[in-house]
Design a protein. Structure first.
Length: 313
């Protein structure tokens, strides 16, 4: 049922204008995205819908396999689709949306390191997939901080674990440079993209009218997740509690990343949709009256359609 849901929420991408989606934070792997999005509207829209649908499936898998929620359900995937579909500014194929796929692979590998005294390459994989995500969208390099913190939460970290994490990250850059050099690409292009645009600044200031509502809704969702920390941890096994702690660190790191990366657009806030979709599922399960839950759901869907068609009203 997730694919029809993704298609309905994102049907407007098939008819919207194809504006330029490039930002200063886009990595070297993102050069094909803009021409694909602008020159092939139907195929790029189909690709985008399948992309977020697959990401929703992976998020549900993370929740079920690693017991993030209090019970098995599909709410995390549904919440993720709602977050990435709520505003027109979020609904386009971008380096961030593709990089999110690879960071989900990294998070899956990280969760598998729980109590592994003989690591079989999971930390290397976590670093590797984080590097691939960062080569699409540079701010995903902040995901390495999540990998490092997560490793300390899940297991005793030794010297070789540091090597595994950073070797995984560096291998992605080395292979990209080696392949580019072999095919005759200018080394200056790599140096330009490898230079992560980091500096402290306050984004979205002054707040424009088009940014106020998205920031307000996401801020409210973050506050709701923070207020329910103890509730989300209650009656969970130890491994689940550790995974939830990692999600809270992810929320903190991704939210703070808006202050340190140049060229951050409003779509950057989709980064917090990943931990929020996994955390907020228990708040939905907590609603005992099905009618109340359905009314809230319909109200949210109405909000999605309102923001998509507000220019026609």
């Amino acid at each position: 049922m997730l694919f029809p849901y993704a298609l309905v929420l994102n049907h407007r991408v098939f008819f919207r204008d194809r504006e330029v989606v490039h930002t200063d934070s886009d990595g070297i792997f993102s050069s094909w995205i803009e021409p694909f999005w602008t020159q092939y509207p139907i195929w790029s829209s189909i690709f985008y819908v399948f992309l977020i649908f697959f990401q929703a499936i992976l998020i549900n898998r993370l929740s079920i396999v690693f017991r993030i929620g209090s019970e098995i359900n599909l709410f995390p995937g549904v919440l993720y689709l709602i977050f990435v579909s709520f505003f027109p500014e979020f609904q386009h194929l971008s380096a961030l949306s593709i990089g999110m796929l690879f960071f989900l692979f990294a998070l899956n590998a990280l969760f598998q390191t729980y109590k592994r005294h003989q690591d079989t390459g999971k930390l290397f994989n976590a670093g590797f997939w984080t590097g691939v995500a960062a080569l699409f969208y540079a701010p995903f390099i902040a995901g390495m901080l999540i990998v490092i913190i997560g490793a300390f939460i899940l297991k005793p970290v030794k010297g070789k674990d540091w090597l595994l994490m950073f070797n995984g990250l560096l291998v992605t850059y080395f292979l990209t440079f080696a392949i580019g050099y072999a095919v005759g690409m200018d080394a200056g292009i790599f140096l330009e993209h490898y230079a992560v645009p980091v500096h402290f600044h306050i984004p979205f200031v002054p707040i424009e009218a088009s940014s106020f509502v998205p920031l307000l809704i996401l801020s409210t969702a973050i506050l709701l997740a923070l207020a329910n920390y103890q509730f989300y941890l209650s009656k969970k096994p130890l491994r689940s509690k550790k995974n939830i702690d990692i999600l809270y660190w992810s929320l903190l790191v991704f939210a703070a990343s808006t202050l340190f990366f140049e060229g951050v657009e409003l779509q950057h806030m989709i980064l917090v949709a990943l931990p929020l979709s996994l955390l907020l599922q228990d708040s939905i399960v907590r609603i005992e009256n099905p009618l109340t839950a359905e009314i809230i759901h319909l109200f949210i869907i109405g909000g999605v359609f309102f923001f998509q068609y507000q220019n026609f009203l």
